[in-house]
Design a protein around this ligand. Structure first.
Ligand SMILES: O=C(O)CCC(=O)C(=O)O
Ligand SMILES: [Fe+2]
Length: 335
């Protein structure tokens, strides 16, 4: 890791949020603000998430990806419109979420789940839009413990994301609970991606995951440290590897946070590189990803204190509208 990068993507210890006083919270928030403005990425230590739960989530997910292809295909939702369950190799192209141009599909498989624990009798969840967003999850029943482990991991991420969003509010000099109503009935998703060994060279222009920005508010990533990893586009226009520090989460800001802050905070472009050819045969990599999204009907508009002299740069938009446009472009892959 070069020194420039070390300072570009800092490691931020958030343990003081749980144990310290106001001053410590504000110091952590200051570090987040600095990273959010400089690069849009930071690495979180002292997060308190149970390492056994992280290991279990990796283990059951690996067991799923080790199934024969038919077993995995059985968990396809059957509809691109339903963002759930299994997406096979070649089914997604992340870079198309920002570029109209067709690109080679990402060299990865993905499994997606949505919020499972909530009050389904609440009328909020019964509108036509909500019934699609909160449609039941698809679980591979053949993998013992898969559903239970994923649901517990999702709950742990809900908690960590809540801590981070409180810190984000403080970092923006807002009351700590400023975002709470916007996330009270959030539509966050959890995905586990598998980047298989690359036994054949990739197609021209094909990456493990093509360059994109994330769509939502925050992304919480727990990835294996393997050849062919995550890279971020820095302000200097260079692709820099994101540092892999044991037992930390990589956190990056998504488009909605950039819109809220009127471009003060960055939703940076990132990608997952191919492994070097001499390491490609032994490069299988798995990442656990929690995409924190606000309520589907939350209107995302410039935070008044971020408007500056020139005013809001973006039109207000609902979470759902922004996300669906991006997700459908990512899935528009012609095989
Ligand atoms: O797997 C990774 O390291 C990151 C993948 C990613 O950027 C995404 O799925 O949005
Ligand atoms: Fe991403």
């Amino acid at each position: 890791m070069n020194d420039k990068l070390k300072s570009a993507v800092p490691v931020i210890d958030i343990s003081g949020y749980f144990t310290g006083g106001t001053e410590q919270k504000l110091e952590i928030a200051r570090q987040i603000d600095e990273a959010a403005r400089a690069v849009g990425f930071f690495v979180v230590s002292g997060h308190g998430v149970d390492t056994g739960l992280i290991e279990d989530t990796h283990r059951v997910s690996k067991a799923f990806y080790d199934l024969p292809q038919e077993g995995k295909n059985a968990c396809y939702s059957g509809s691109q419109a339903l963002y759930r369950g299994y997406f096979a190799l070649g089914g997604l192209a992340a870079s198309q979420s920002i570029e109209e141009r067709k690109s080679a599909p990402d060299y990865r498989e993905m499994y997606v789940a949505a919020k499972q624990r909530f009050d389904r009798s609440d009328p909020y969840y019964q509108t036509e839009a909500a019934s699609r967003i909160f449609a039941p999850n698809i679980w591979p029943q053949v993998i013992p413990g898969f559903e239970d482990t994923w649901v517990r991991y999702y709950a742990a991420m809900e908690q960590l994301a809540s801590t981070l969003i409180h810190l984000c509010a403080l970092a923006l000099k807002l009351p700590e609970d400023w975002f709470d109503t916007k996330f009270a009935r959030h539509m966050s998703t959890m995905a586990v991606t598998n980047y298989p060994d690359q036994l054949e060279p990739p197609l021209p222009g094909q990456l493990r995951c093509g360059a994109h920005t994330d769509y939502g508010a925050l992304t919480l990533l727990m990835a294996e440290d393997k050849p062919g990893g995550l890279e971020v586009l820095t302000k200097d226009g260079e692709w820099a590897p994101v540092p892999m520090v044991p037992n930390t989460f990589i956190v990056n800001l998504g488009d909605l946070m950039q819109r809220w802050t009127n471009d003060a905070w960055l939703s940076s472009m990132h990608r997952v590189a191919n492994p070097p050819s001499d390491k490609a045969e032994n490069s299988r990599r798995q990442s656990l990803i929690y995409f924190l999204h606000p309520n589907h009907d939350a209107v995302i508009e410039c935070i008044p204190s971020c408007a500056g002299d020139e005013g809001a740069r973006y039109e207000p938009i609902t979470t759902q509208r922004h996300l669906f446009a991006k997700i459908s472009r990512m899935q528009d892959v012609k095989n």
